[in-house]
Write a protein that binds this ligand. Sequence first.
Ligand code: 4AD
Ligand code: MG
Length: 420
Amino acid sequence: MFEEGKRLVVKGWVYRIRKLGDDKIFIVLRNAKTILQGVVDRSRVEDRLWKIAESLYIESSIQMGGTIVADSRAPGGYELKVDELEAIHVGEPFPISKDQSEEFLLDNRHLWVRSQKLTKVFQARHHLIRYLEEYLHLNGFYRFDPPIITASGAEGGADMFEIDYFGNRAYLTQSSQMYGEAGIFALERVYTFAPSFRAERSRTRRHLAEYWHLEPEAAFVDWRENMKIQEGLIEYAVQKFLANHPDLVEYFGIRDKLERIKSPFPVLTYYEAVDMVNRLGGKMEYGEDFGADEEALISSQYDKPVFIVKYPKKIKAFYMKQDPDDPELVLNDDMIAPYGHGEIIGGSERIWNLEELKSRMREVSLPEQNYQWYLDLRRFGSVPHSGFGLGIERFIKFVLNLDHIRDAIPFPRTINRYYP
Ligand code: 4AD
Ligand code: MG
């Protein structure tokens, strides 16, 4: 990247600074693209420049210029012999130093986003989202932007954030699926990409109260083709990332893991998955849902994502189409990521017949009046259709093999934190 003997001027921030004896100051500059060590040699620069170097703090913003020389001791193998230095803003001593508690770093997230690790995560996030959208575009999907404020929930339950909407009760959306379903009647294939909100009291490494949700929905697609789209989407984004970003792949140490993310992904029925959990030492009854431990047991058997299909309708959302071979089951799938990262996708074929949908809503006591517009979609030229939702931060946590979902998003919202 650097060329010996070349003159270079760079802008950025002081990443590290160290004085060696009385006559040298090493300034490691970082910016979005690079890390470069500059050396200020007192005997070779004017006094003004030396004084600037002495005044700098970690994270002071600077412009630094000089000549590149090879130096095996410098990070990256090159060093800048500094002959030009301006402080853009010296600022105050930076509050974050080594070995700070996780809480302190979260309180100072607005500053911690500058860290090397988070910088790399955000770069990876940008590219991964780009590849996901690229795959959808190449496969005929249009982006279709949904509202965030809604009158009723999509996933039901008590997990909704309520807001005051000019004196009326409204909610932050749990899922944009229903709006995507409206969109297919215009565009056939759409995806929404928006935040979803879950007021779940879950304190885990994979739950956020606000997460980014990519939700494709397609007309004339059944549940099996729906799974093909999911598999294609995940494989495409992972393989593009692997091919185009070796620096990020090396930084996170994920090459071997990602090379294996190739279709086809294995498929288990719900019953097979429950049996597998029990065989592997877990304890589960038919009719129960998989928790993190059960998902980890299942995914430990594979080194790629695995589909679990045809869940009991009792533990799934009302809009999922029943299995014609067994009406107690639904035509759905969850995609479970390997290495204990758990569920990253939930999808299904939708009920597209009006009477069938109404009767399911009665079964689960959902008031019809709140869903008239959604029922309308089954009144005027209804068509078979399917869709799914991918949690972006879950996906990033899996791809980059992160310990905690909060590091997959710049400003995580969790049960006990919404500042900064
Ligand atoms: O399984 P979920 O709840 O399904 C739906 O919302 C459907 N309406 C999606 C659809 O068919 N259009 O959520 C889908 C995905 C999960 O698989 C998971 O990746 C992610 O959203 N997710 C969360 N991510 C972070 N924090 C949470 N609290 C999440 N809850 C779900
Ligand atoms: Mg789910």
